[in-house]
Ligand binder design. Structure first.
Ligand code: ATP
Ligand code: MG
Length: 176
């Protein structure tokens, strides 16, 4: 019996994000699991927890080597304190850094310039850094206050998102 041939799509759906290591991921997970979710809520799977810097969208796969090089920017390390939650439209439950460090804004702006330099469009809306914990979670409650998640950010990542079920995120390159 011959194996089913696997062919990658011609384009890759990409985004740039802060990607947690195991310790921060577990801390975010504990925050996620402290909520009393409603029946409709879909909590984000542990391996999908992240903070998006830029959504890039579909890019021809042949451009990946050029992008991987072109998206290297200088950055200073910084600390995030994620302890502020909000319920956004469609029951999107997010955890936000408070305060928002200027180094995070600087990194996001530098990557925006790099993307435009590569001929890729960037979001025109203001950057609202957040980690999504759940979707469709209107009415969910956080029963008790919690200490913020502390995240020492040393780098960022270029990630491919495949929407075809089972949807997955795959870190293509880490930068630090
Ligand atoms: P799904 O769309 O199946 O719910 P997802 O949103 O996790 O999954 P993607 O749509 O590939 O996966 O998005 C990857 C990341 O980019 C997510 O953090 C998402 O919030 C963000 N994102 C997606 N589209 C946009 C957009 N148009 N503008 C800004 N950020 C976006
Ligand atoms: Mg999406």
């Amino acid at each position: 019996m011959s194996a089913t041939p696997h062919r990658l799509p011609d384009t890759a759906r990409l985004f740039l994000a802060l990607w947690p290591g195991p310790v921060v991921r577990n801390a975010l997970l504990a925050w996620r699991d402290a909520w009393a979710w409603t029946a409709t809520a879909s909590p984000v799977a542990p391996e999908r927890l992240h903070l998006t810097l830029h959504f890039i969208g579909e890019v021809p796969r042949g451009r990946l080597p050029e992008l991987m090089v072109g998206l290297q920017v200088a950055m200073h390390r910084f600390n995030l304190s994620l302890g502020r939650f909000e319920m956004w439209p469609h029951g999107m439950t997010v955890l936000e850094p408070d305060p928002v460090p200027s180094r995070l804004l600087h990194l996001q702006a530098s990557l925006g310039e790099a993307l435009r330099g590569l001929g890729l469009a960037t979001e025109t809306r203001a950057f609202r850094p957040h980690v999504t914990l759940a979707r469709h979670a209107d009415g969910a409650m956080l029963p008790a206050p919690r200490l913020p998640v502390r995240w020492r950010v040393r780098g960022y990542a270029l990630v491919e998102s495949s929407l075809k079920p089972p949807s997955t995120y795959c870190v293509l390159k880490r930068y630090q």
